[in-house]
Design a protein around this ligand. Structure first.
Ligand SMILES: C[S@@+](CC[C@H](N)C(=O)[O-])C[C@H]1O[C@@H](n2cnc3c(N)ncnc32)[C@H](O)[C@@H]1O
Length: 224
């Protein structure tokens, strides 16, 4: 088994254990009272979606973004949820069935090898992309698949910069269950994401949220 396969196996195992209770436990993520829902709403707004649009939710997990996306794209739109973990996708499928949505398809895939549909209107990834070692490549692949004027939006956690120790601890505690903390901190994947967004997209924006413990990165595919 290659190193990548081994890493994927471990990640899938971790999320298989979390899947059943993810919707409840994620409300406490990364800490009780953390404004996660506000951040999701902000990320979906940054997509600038219109009714009928097609959007990819990369590493969608159990589909916590789906209600927000459905509200904007409507029944004439299309949502493609992508995730590596079968058990997380099974919960997403439950959510789809429960809500009677007929315009969402799910794909089990590694973000790094996902073949984005051509001319996709928007791509979103929340609280996931910094876990993907090839995150810069994922940004680049997605940017190439976007239609002119399409938006790429990434919301994720980061370690705060010049902030008090307790806040740094909050930021780091958030990823401990998901990745080797030392590796995550050393890799500083949010920086790779920021650079990739700047290189691949027009009008890149970078907004630090909640004392620098999260970021919202967005950019637009140039028309033509
Ligand atoms: C913290 S959860 C976030 C889920 C969802 N985006 C949300 O906002 O609730 C991280 C998700 O990323 C997925 N994931 C991690 N690495 C991945 C990869 N390389 N390719 C696709 N999905 C991945 C996991 O399976 C998990 O469902």
């Amino acid at each position: 088994m290659s190193q990548t396969e081994l890493t994927h196996e471990r990640l899938i195992e971790t999320y298989r254990k979390k899947a059943k209770r993810y919707d409840v436990t994620s409300r406490l993520y990364p800490a009780p009272g953390y404004p996660q829902r506000d951040q999701r709403i902000r990320a979906v707004r940054a997509l600038r979606l219109r009714p009928g649009a097609t959007v990819v939710d990369m590493a969608c997990g159990t589909g916590l973004n789906f209600p927000l996306l459905e509200k904007v794209v409507g029944p004439g739109g299309r949502i493609v949820g992508v995730d590596l973990t079968d058990a997380m996708l099974a919960r997403a499928q439950d959510r789809i069935a429960k809500n009677g949505w007929s315009n969402i398809s799910l794909v089990q895939s590694d973000a790094a090898s996902f073949d984005f549909p051509a001319e996709v209107g928007a791509i979103l990834s929340t609280y996931a992309l910094t876990q993907v070692p090839e995150c810069a490549d994922v940004i680049a692949h997605g940017a190439k698949a976007l239609s002119g004027g399409g938006r790429w939006v990434v919301l994720d956690l980061k370690v705060p910069g010049r902030t008090p120790g307790w806040l740094t601890q909050l930021g780091t505690a958030t990823v401990r269950p998901f990745a080797a903390i030392d590796d995550w901190m050393m890799r500083r994947p949010w920086e790779a994401i920021r650079v990739a967004m700047q290189e691949e997209l027009a009008d890149p924006t970078w907004t630090e949220l909640f004392f620098g413990t999260a970021f919202l990165a967005a950019g637009t595919r140039s028309p033509g």
